[in-house]
Design a protein around this ligand. Structure first.
Ligand code: NAD
Ligand code: SER
Length: 318
């Protein structure tokens, strides 16, 4: 990885991945891009930024040529809840955008990291210890695009030798940039509301178990997979990874250790509850552990402690 392009770099994961990669490879080696304009004072100051709509292939071509890109972290996407509100847009961005990136990668021999998701599974998938290879019949448009994306990336590897790699991310918890329209967003919102108002109304049922991961582990996973020995990768697109599975009630309980008068209420959103109910409770990530040494650093306890410390600083709460 000598010259890296990130698409969707202003999103929840991209905003942190940009800084992480710049620290590792150098500011000028990592080109951030997004369809949104960059905001001064946030990312993009310490390195190059390009406006790229991933549906506009010439915009990607021109950045790949201009900066002699050899690796793309393709993060531009529409997430699960936003996808159900506009399935046509989700299909276009998630599939046509990926196709554009893969075609350019084929021509310019770039490696490509594309995240899949727990959403690539559906109600007929085994819910507990969900295997690396199992039934994938998702019922959301987002999930459909994730399965299609996994297969398309495999195809480009086998047919054209494009070095495609990916993980199935669980819900990501972070403090820098708010999540962008997913079903697991409650696990970020709860921290802001708990610190600001000592209460939160959760849109998922208290017993909904989902895989979750703190952002430092997600960044580590993306980079470790891209730096892994190619010959050891049996799955490529995409590896199950998880850090911990918990319910809203369990997260609220952990937050209460720091904010004892925190109150959690529930007002279930049927659309997001149905999405969450269609996803696994907990993935089996042994393939990632065996093939490229995946191992998370943060469990529920460590993540909650760090989130509260970091958000207190961000929100200037004593
Ligand atoms: P996000 O919604 O926070 O960010 C996505 C970014 O893509 C946004 O900044 C948006 O402006 C940009 N974008 C949208 N349409 C675009 C287009 N046409 N061209 C260029 N950019 C466009 O999403 P995220 O949470 O950062 O997710 C990044 C990737 O990780 C996605 O593929 C997502 O499916 C995957 N993922 C995320 C999570 C999670 O919990 N955050 C979990 C599993 C998988
Ligand atoms: N966090 C994502 C979502 O809820 C999972 O891919 O859409």
């Amino acid at each position: 990885m000598k010259k890296i392009l990130i698409t969707g770099a202003l999103g929840q994961i991209g905003s942190e991945l940009t800084t992480f990669l710049r620290k590792r490879y150098g500011d000028k080696k990592v080109i951030a891009s997004d369809i949104k304009p960059k905001l001064e004072g946030t990312i993009g100051q310490e390195g190059p930024f390009e406006h790229i709509d991933c549906l506009n292939a010439p915009e990607i071509y021109s950045a790949v040529k201009k900066y002699k890109i050899d690796t793309v972290f393709h993060l531009a996407a529409i997430l699960s809840a936003s996808g159900e509100k506009n399935p046509q847009l989700a299909w276009k961005v998630n599939i046509n955008g990926l196709y554009n990136v893969l075609e350019i990668a084929r021509e310019y021999q770039c490696a490509v990291f594309t995240p899949s998701s727990i959403a690539a599974f559906g109600p007929s998938t085994p819910k507990d210890s969900t295997p690396q290879e199992t039934i994938q019949r998702p019922t959301t448009i987002y999930g459909l695009t994730k399965v299609t994306g996994e297969l398309l990336c495999d195809y480009y590897y086998f047919k054209y030798k494009v070095d495609t790699r990916g993980v199935r991310f669980p819900g990501i918890i972070s403090y820098l940039t708010l999540p962008g329209g997913g079903t697991t967003d409650y696990a970020v919102e709860i921290f802001y509301q708990a610190l600001k108002y000592k209460k939160y109304t959760c849109f998922l049922d208290k017993n909904t178990s989902l895989d979750m991961m703190y952002i430092p582990d997600a960044l580590k996973a993306a980079v470790n997979l891209m730096e892994a020995d190619s010959s050891k990768l049996k799955h490529r697109n995409a590896y199950n990874i998880t850090a911990e599975s918990f319910t809203p009630a369990e997260l609220a309980q952990e937050i209460k250790k720091y904010i004892p008068d925190f109150e959690m209420k529930y007002d279930i959103d049927p659309m997001r509850q149905a999405i969450a109910d269609s996803w696994p409770n907990q993935l089996d990530d042994r393939a990632a552990r065996e093939d490229w040494g995946w191992s998370p650093d943060y469990n529920l306890k460590a993540m909650t402690k760090d989130m509260i410390e970091k958000l207190k600083i961000k929100l200037r709460i004593a």
